[in-house]
Design a protein around this ligand. Sequence first.
Ligand code: 5AD
Ligand code: SF4
Length: 363
Amino acid sequence: MHNKIADILQNSVLNKDDLIILLSADKENSELIFKKAAEIKSKCVGNFTYFRGLIELSNICSKNCLYCGIRNSNKEVERYVVSDEEIFNSVQYALDRDWGSVVIQSGERMDTNFINKVEYLIKKISQMGEKQPGITLSLGEQKIDTFKRWFDAGATRYLLRIESSNPKLFAQIHPQDKLHNYEKRIENLYNLQKLGYMTGTGVMIGLPFQTIEDLADDLLFMKKLDIDMVGMGPYIEHENTPLYQYKDLLLPVEERYFLSLKMIAVLRILMRDVNIASATALQAINPDGREEGIRVGANVIMPNITPLHYHKSYNLYKGKPDIIPETDNYIKNLEKQIALAGDTVGYGEKGDPKHFFKRTLGN
Ligand code: 5AD
Ligand code: SF4
């Protein structure tokens, strides 16, 4: 029988209509997409999964994104900042296990204290270990001077999700003020690239009001921006947020999960040599979610190494695996699952996105 999906997967260039058809594939046809994505991953970035130790530095946030559980107006959240000593211990945990990189994530703050603290932490972490660890930041929008200071201190990668590349949908999921501005977010992404950061972005999948067409545009947006790294996962509603009122408009969680896997696979086919993280939000829906992401094209997993007593306070969404037992046992099991998905863990390597070197050096 003639199969349209199989035909599209033969094409070397995918247009928006192709992307829409791929993203609309049913379970059976999706396996064709997943297989193609796995082939491209193997050819372009190799069968490796890189671990990044994720440290959720603080849940204090000056923003009020309508979907996020730690938004400024949610007074139910107990706010914290991880102490410097605990951060260094967490980094040491990652280094002891030969993970090449750490990610520092936090709610968004632009005050001088915060900027100074982060700069200090980056400098200290850069001096830890025999090989300098890769440092990725995920600290929201900042002034270009701040990005520069952190880059000069030793951070090389930055993740800043666009959340949705459709300006109308972006406006529907954010408050209407200067702090939450679509054009500004894009300007930030360009600034990061200009400064020499390996630059990552991403979107949420299955948002209220979002269409398959929007998701196809999201993928084309990432391609157009020539992004090096992507982290994207299912939207999961949180009770204490304004967007919760639209919960009845949402796809069932299993479908949001399945759609997220298709987004990962199609992005791998479209952009080939970028780094793609298998998001924690996948794991919130399916305990094996992150490993499944690896099977369909992702090549990065960010085990949470924030000290356990803070986990309960970093609930971006409902059911975020709040006590993730990132113990040695758990990591062993994760390794087994990664092996089942056909990958080896890239120990002792930074695992920089190959796409970055092509983009900046032309090789
Ligand atoms: N569901 C899924 N992801 C969420 N994030 C924030 N709130 C949610 C939610 N309810 C994601 C955003 C943000 C990242 C830190 O967490 O994409 O960029
Ligand atoms: Fe703050 Fe980020 Fe949550 Fe927005 S998504 S409220 S910036 S932590």
